[in-house]
Ligand binder design. Structure first.
Ligand code: UFG
Length: 347
């Protein structure tokens, strides 16, 4: 059976990267998608936006990845050939205020999830990891062989633990093929701006904050720190378009299905370009013809100075090549914010 005709279980399908990945899977002919989400950090309304773009909807299941009976039921009913596991909490600051809640959501529930996923089956498994696992690095760019450093946040710790769990279980033969994708900083929206990052409550990340500032919902952007040892004193990140990230999941799914390696494969997903916070602000202003009110503020605890990716491995093995530019990221993010405003969608 072609992979496109098999069931694929997507956890966190209503979330930011999840919803864009649903669109990409559908655009590439995947017809049997199941999205499991408990909407703790996402909205079920995302599916209507996915449907507007693609004309289809996944099978929608409301629930938690740690709901043992539910996962057992889903695995028995659909026998998915692939599992893409996005569902997790991802706010760095919040993870330092509620460390055990992050461990519960991202690790304890994942452990139950894995137990039920692998009870009878060995589907291909794609895990959402993050460049945060590298911690404060000494040498840039980072590639997959760069040693991980102690985590700077509990969120980062949960991503390291998630990778370790899967790596060990995979190596010891308890899983099917496993791929961990280390995202750098996913930003942007579906190119026409009809789907994008849809935070609940106050956003934590740079692009949603920039967009809400441009829309007048926030008074001004505070740049967290101007005294970093970088070219303009602000932190450097590797911003990568969410649609490129989404595409990498399809490539990883196809690759892992064919390669059936008994080792977990890790791929960095970044463009390879380091962009400072000030440069990101200027890129947004230039792409959209908007002047942003901003001021310099103190450093944000837990931020690393600079991180950007060497993504050669993803290029060579997955044939993944980011297609969208920084301009595209900034443009689509703003189109999406305008869509939210014009359609009077809740924020
Ligand atoms: N920043 C500001 N002002 C803000 C918000 C952010 O200056 O109001 C700066 C941050 O200090 C940082 C850069 O913008 O230098 C990017 O910050 P984000 O919060 O957008 O993203 P992080 O680099 O902190 O990355 C974190 C996690 C990633 C995760 C990402 C998106 O480490 O794993 O958030 O959730 F993918």
């Amino acid at each position: 059976m072609a992979l496109q005709d098999a069931y694929i279980l997507v956890t966190g399908g209503a979330g930011y990267i999840g919803s864009h990945t649903l669109v990409t899977l559908m655009e590439k002919g995947f017809r049997h998608l199941i999205s499991l989400d408990n909407y703790s950090t996402s909205r079920p309304d995302s599916y209507a936006l996915v449907e507007k773009i693609t004309g289809s909807r996944p099978v929608v299941v409301e629930g938690a990845v740690g709901d043992r009976a539910l996962i057992r039921h889903l695995m028995d009913t659909y026998k998915p050939a692939g599992v893409i596991h996005f569902a997790a909490w991802k706010a760095v600051g919040e993870s330092m205020e509620k460390p055990f809640l992050y461990l519960e959501n991202n690790i304890s529930q994942m452990q139950v999830f894995l137990e039920e996923v692998y009870r009878q089956h060995k589907p291909v498994f794609i895990f959402s990891s993050s460049c945060t696992v590298y911690g404060e690095v000494q040498q840039l760019p980072v590639d997959e062989t760069t040693p991980r450093r102690p985590a700077n946040s509990v969120y980062g710790l949960t991503k390291q633990m998630g990778e370790d769990l899967l790596e060990g279980l995979c190596r010891m033969g308890f899983t099917g093929p496993v791929v961990a994708l280390r995202y750098f900083n996913p930003v942007g929206a579906y190119p026409d701006g009809t789907l994008g990052e849809w935070p609940i409550g106050k956003p934590n990340n740079l692009l949603p904050i920039i967009c809400q500032t441009a829309a007048g919902r926030l008074q001004e952007l505070t740049i967290h720190g101007q005294d970093y040892p970088t070219r303009d004193g602000t932190c450097i990140r590797d911003y990568v378009h969410v649609m490129d990230i989404a595409e990498a999941h399809v490539l990883a799914l196809e690759y892992a299905t064919k390669a059936a390696s008994d080792r977990m494969e890790i791929f960095n997903l970044g463009t390879g370009s380091g962009v400072s916070v000030l440069e990101a602000v200027h890129a947004f202003e230039a792409a959209n013809g908007i002047k942003l009110p901003w001021r310099m503020g103190p450093r944000r605890p837990g931020d690393v100075t600079a991180v950007y990716s060497n993504s050669r491995k993803a290029a060579e093995i997955l044939s993944w090549k980011p297609r969208y530019t920084l301009h595209d990221m900034m443009r689509s993010a703003w189109l999406w914010q305008q869509y939210l405003e014009n359609q009077k969608l809740p924020l």
